[in-house]
Design a protein around this ligand. Structure first.
Ligand code: CDP
Length: 235
């Protein structure tokens, strides 16, 4: 087993986080979330009437998430445009956010969430979910809770929080295990859980426990960033 992580972090320690709200002027709501070198920007447009009309649901609004990694976000130029990966991440992002929204308030409407990863160093789907959740709140959409997200897993035989790219690429000890989770701290629900790699039941429970604690810290930062906007407005 490894005794320390490549960047010197403790096993249960996530990278440095920072949130900022209101960064895309033309959007109804927007936010940035940074974790280490991973940066996600989210912009919310809507709720607005959904066109074409055959896509409308007269009972409730539709949430559409679009995740994209910028070509310049990684050292090897990323091929522009959608991919199977971005389609999957857009879908799981929608699923992680839906439980906190009451879309019956917006019949025949759509809420569009665009997520752009401007810097990628692992954990981008989780960073995108955190930014999207803040952007929805900033757009004034009523939410039962803010959704927080982090990747947990196993590196070098150890259960860790927030794998970076270097750790994701480590092949020792059977390779890394990556478990992105999204969590709503107020009601204690997991709204995303994916798993890539191998892990025992005990390690899995331990990883989720650590992930929950990190999500609580992330939620504090989300709230701090949202309150900052109203502090500015109140001046
Ligand atoms: O980013 P996340 O961990 O949610 O998803 P992933 O598919 O496990 O990707 C892990 C990391 O691989 C990304 O964060 C990027 O740093 C990198 N990546 C890349 O360099 N080029 C791609 N086309 C896709 C991912």
């Amino acid at each position: 087993m490894i005794d320390k992580r490549p960047d010197g972090r403790k096993f249960e320690e996530m990278r440095k986080i920072e949130g900022k709200v209101g960064i895309v002027k033309r959007a109804d709501g927007s936010a940035m979330f940074k974790i280490g070198d991973t940066v996600a920007i989210a912009a919310v447009h809507g709720p607005r009437v959904l066109h074409p009309r055959f896509l409308q649901d007269p009972q409730k609004g539709v949430l559409r998430c679009n995740y994209d990694m910028a070509t310049f976000s990684v050292s090897d130029r990323k091929k522009p445009g959608p991919s199977r990966r971005s389609t999957e991440i857009s879908l799981v992002t929608e699923k992680s956010l839906l439980p906190v929204l009451d879309l019956s308030m917006y019949p025949s409407s759509v809420i569009d969430v665009f997520i752009e990863i401007t810097q990628a160093n692992a954990g981008t789907r989780c960073a995108g979910i955190v930014a999207a959740s803040m952007a929805l709140a900033h757009a004034g959409i009523p939410m039962k809770d803010l959704v927080s997200a982090i990747s947990v897993g196993k590196v070098g035989g150890r259960v860790v929080v927030d794998l970076d790219k270097e750790e994701e690429d480590l092949e020792s000890f059977g390779g890394p295990t990556d478990i992105p989770i999204a969590y709503t701290p107020k009601n204690g629900e997991f709204t995303l859980l994916q798993l890539d790699g191998n892990i025992t039941k005990e390690e899995f429970i331990e990883a989720l426990k650590l992930g929950r604690e990190s999500c609580k810290q992330i939620q504090k930062e989300q709230e701090r960033a949202l309150k900052e906007v109203y502090k500015e407005k109140g001046k």
